[in-house]
Design a protein around this ligand. Sequence first.
Ligand code: ADP
Ligand code: MG
Length: 704
Amino acid sequence: MRPPLLNPLFAPVTSLAGVGPKQDKLFRYLLDRSETPRLVDLLLHLPTNVIDRRARPTVREAMELIGQVVTLEVTIDRHRPAPPGRSRAPYLVYASDETGDVILTFFRAKKDYIEKLLPVGETRFVSGTAQIFDGTLQIVHPDRVVDAEGLAKLPQIDTVYPLTEGLAIGAIRRAMTQALAKLPGLPEWISPEVLRRCSFPPVAEALHRVHEPRELTDILPQNPFWSRLAFDELLAGQLALALVRAQLRRPAGERNAGDGHLRHKIIDALPYALTPSQQQAAKAIADDLNQPLRMLRLLQGDVGSGKTVVALLAAAAVAETGKQAALMAPTEILARQHIKTIAPLAERAGMQVAILTGREKGKERREIVEKLANGEIDLLVGTHALIQDDVVFKALALAIVDEQHRFGVRERLALTEKGDAVDVLVLSATPIPRTLVLTYFGDMDISELREKPAGRQPIDTRAVPKSRIGEIVDGLTRALDAGKRAYWICPLVEETDSEDHAHLTNATKRFETLQRRFGERVGLVHGQMKGAEKDRVMAQFAAGEIQLLVATTVVEVGVDVPQATIMVIENAERFGLAQLHQLRGRIGRGSEASTCLLLYHEPLGEMSAARLKVIRETTDGFRIAEEDLRLRGEGEVLGTRQSGLPGYRIARPEVHAQLIAQARDEAVRIMQDNPKLKGERGDALRCLLYLYERDEAIPLIGAG
Ligand code: ADP
Ligand code: MG
């Protein structure tokens, strides 16, 4: 049960004045929530910038400050409403000071409202972004218009938040002020030592100072206010992981690795030799399975490094003792990909495998579930469908979770709870720098597959401006005629009318133009297609019936068609480094040389250029991950702050890397001193887990 103390923070934002059903939608979008956000979500939406209203330039000075927010003291000269019948024309207000004129521009404005806001002949303080229009200073939709009295009440430093279309900055600020006023007195959950060592302020002070800064620097992520909140978030994450780990690490009963007879058969059936790191990983896993403690191991390996076969060997070790294994993947495509690799090998070894996703229904599903309960299935591969209540194993001993950081604590546990003392193996294809492994996985044993399987050809990666798309298509024609297979990746599926995206090509449109050229040889997959439909197209591509596959990032993870040797990534400048790397990992998987073409839209920004350069220079996922961190760090300096850690709202790897280890240490100490979270400190920590939505871990306290 959530501590009642927190209730005010979990009130919906719609309980605030000025936030109605229309804003509800916008706030959901802004705060990335599927349901009405709560005040806590709003408060954890931190400003990205500040406006300094202490400076008061003249109109002439403001002409030199284009693109910046300026606050001007001006006299209102005249109004020019939109001509009748032309409601789309702007309403213009002409104003001036002794140095020049400024035009205040309003779209879809109500005449009465503007007349009241800006009465002719009066002096007003107007704040907004300086622009130039036809040689005259212009402010479109000033974000503040006040008289002298109003000015005295304005914050001298105003916050700027990441915005969403239709939601004005003022609306966010007004909601924020109300939310801050509702902040209850929160207990301190950080230990006095850490508070002292890091000079952290109390949480309430931290929230107030980032949302109501007194100095321009108050909102910087590296300063104590933001850092305190980042530490809270990281501590909540580490504590939740530690609670899960304590639960999973309970001593195990019988051990789970057999005599090796199935594993030998599988290895004999492989058309290739295992790489040394695959062998090491398989051995480490078998050793874990024989230990009296339950296994908690991360198998990390770049795309194409061959994790699936290692996972299969782990499952085989368990099957040798007559027990069962499950492999859960986050998407349908990934699950099918696994079964495709696994099934023929398992068959040769005489191991029974099956797949269960949302698509197996009716009789088919009933049969699978029945066989599973009878112990006739050794390894069940699937999606979330595996954790449904009626999926019961006879003797589940090993849970393999692919791309675990996409799953929540609840899902991970739900799978391990389907057996006794289940061993856990996590597969991650996302190369994560070591510092960040901790954030997502906590303290786990790690096996890494660092070398690529032998015989892989390097990928030739080039960046090409989009203006040369004609040449690319010509080249593609020759390649397809020669029997090659290619991916064409587009960033968006849906039609969008936002101007910012006007030059983005949507996959459907690109498919249509390419189809005119290549006819039947082109196929399309995107995230909005039905599972069966997606699989059909993927299968056609794998079989070579389709040679050119236009796709969105649905092919990002796990898709394995070794014959594909060409990838065109359109609007490559829009993708993050990790994503580009994942995408490119779909090619270079066979014995033929591959080519990756990064089509970019000109002009190329500094950050995008840097990203494309890294991707051109290396295919080492770990190096790319590290460069990514470094570039994001620079992104701060360049003023284009990138989004932080997936699943984390406040902590930023490039700024708070130090805090990750400290939060881990703090979580370890808590688990040593007070694993049941008792007493005052325990209550405070429970509050923390609720605030950062890690409360799924709370029911584990006291269990076992
Ligand atoms: P990952 O899941 O790590 O991205 P996969 O397990 O899907 O990689 O393996 C990618 C491809 O490499 C598969 O086609 C697989 O059969 C093949 N493969 C795996 N291990 C080896 C190896 N040691 N030598 C050659 N090919 C391998
Ligand atoms: Mg894989």
